[in-house]
Write a protein that binds this ligand. Structure first.
Ligand SMILES: NC(=O)c1ccc[n+]([C@@H]2O[C@H](COP(=O)([O-])OP(=O)(O)OC[C@H]3O[C@@H](n4cnc5c(N)ncnc54)[C@H](OP(=O)(O)O)[C@@H]3O)[C@@H](O)[C@H]2O)c1
Length: 336
């Protein structure tokens, strides 16, 4: 039985992680931590867990943590996370980090996009990017897994079969995606506040979104050459889910059937990727760890559509999929 601590348990991805671990047959929650002001009985902080979890959310005590847990799901914001992760590793835990702090291998890119100095280059060097469909072998037994961003998860799954086959131009990829409001976390901002969000749809992060270099890093690794991605996120008036539409320019003629065959073959052993014969919707995947994909050739372009739940395949579900792989458990435990 893997003993799991959740660091930053009082946030959205913390709650989603609690929900999943509560139904996991080979992992159990042993320690939930948050800032002092957010602490209390789980059922008081999250009434949805009333009668299902008797733990307290407490301030983090590293000495206690080392005795209580084997794995840490670190659900903290970027910058904060790299202050905690070295100590979680020193305490002997396997760490799945939800933030961006261990995803971008080039610290100068991280510092440009996140506007903070990177303070943990040593652990960054050994962190493994936790997209199981691409890096399962590296994740096995890793001490530190950088759980991917929600937008990169949806966008990369929609194009990696094309990049792997060298089927598309790598200097003109466009990712257009829409997320629900929970992507911004639990603390409201003016843009994501209900009166602005409700019955609204808007673009944000134009030309500057932090997930753009993350997509380019992984896409470049898969393609074996530099990849340029123009990523434009939007936020829509729904709680959760991300719908991504990715436009690529094929290097040779392909038809819909060939594309479906290529993707189906690439993902044939993947427990959480489903190929579709029509465009997916966020409601098809919300509350699940699945990614639904549809791909078609339209007016000479390849257009790939993917739908995920940002809080599950885009965060906590993928983290627990990674935890299962790290500990050699059945990968789908808690997630099907
Ligand atoms: N939301 C998503 O869809 C999503 C998807 C993929 C990845 N992620 C990443 O997952 C991480 C958590 O996201 P989230 O949506 O769960 O955010 P959230 O709802 O804002 O929760 C963040 C948690 O971290 C705590 N925290 C903040 N500053 C802290 C500090 N200095 N020391 C200790 N705890 C601190 C927060 O406590 P307070 O409430 O007291 O501030 C809260 O419990 C972020 O790195 C985010 O980028 C999120």
């Amino acid at each position: 039985m893997v003993r799991v601590a959740i660091i930053g348990a009082s946030g959205y991805t913390g709650a989603e992680s609690i929900r999943i671990i509560l139904r996991h047959s080979e992992a159990r929650l042993t320690y939930l931590t948050a800032l002092e002001a957010e602490c209390g009985a789980v059922e008081d902080v999250f009434p949805q867990f009333k009668g299902r979890c008797s733990l307290q959310i407490e301030p983090l005590d590293f000495a206690k943590l080392a005795d209580l847990a084997d794995a840490a799901l670190c659900c903290l914001p970027h910058k904060v996370s790299m202050g905690f992760v070295p100590k979680l590793l020193e305490a002997g835990l396997k760490v799945i980090d939800f933030s961006a702090d261990y995803r971008l291998k080039d610290t100068s890119v991280y510092e440009r996009f996140y506007q903070v100095k990177h303070t943990d280059a040593d652990n960054l060097a050994r962190a493994v990017f936790g997209l199981p469909e691409l890096f399962r072998e590296r994740i096995k037994g890793a001490d530190l897994v950088a759980n991917p961003g929600c937008f990169p998860t949806g966008a990369l799954l929609a194009i990696v079969p094309l990049l792997k086959k060298g089927l598309v131009e790598t200097d003109s990829i466009i990712v257009n995606a829409v997320t629900g409001a929970s992507g911004a976390g639990k603390n409201p901002s003016e843009k994501f506040h209900f009166p602005n969000m409700n019955e609204n749809l808007f673009a944000y992060g134009t030309g500057t979104h932090r997930h753009m270099p993350e997509m380019e890093q992984i896409a470049g690794e898969i393609a074996g050459s530099k990849v340029q991605i123009l990523f434009q996120p939007h936020a829509g008036s729904f709680d959760r889910g991300i719908l991504s539409t990715v436009y690529t320019q094929p290097r040779k003629n392909v038809d819909d059937e060939q594309l479906f065959g290529l993707f189906s073959d690439f993902y044939k052993d993947e427990p959480f990727v489903q190929m579709r014969k029509d465009a997916p919707a966020v409601k098809d995947v919300v509350g699940t760890n699945y990614c639904h994909i549809f791909v078609a050739c339209i007016k000479g372009r390849i257009v790939s559509f993917s739908a995920i739940d940002n809080l599950v395949k885009g965060a906590s579900g993928q983290a627990i999929q990674n935890m299962n792989i790290v500990f050699g458990l059945e990968e789908t435990l808690g997630l099907k």
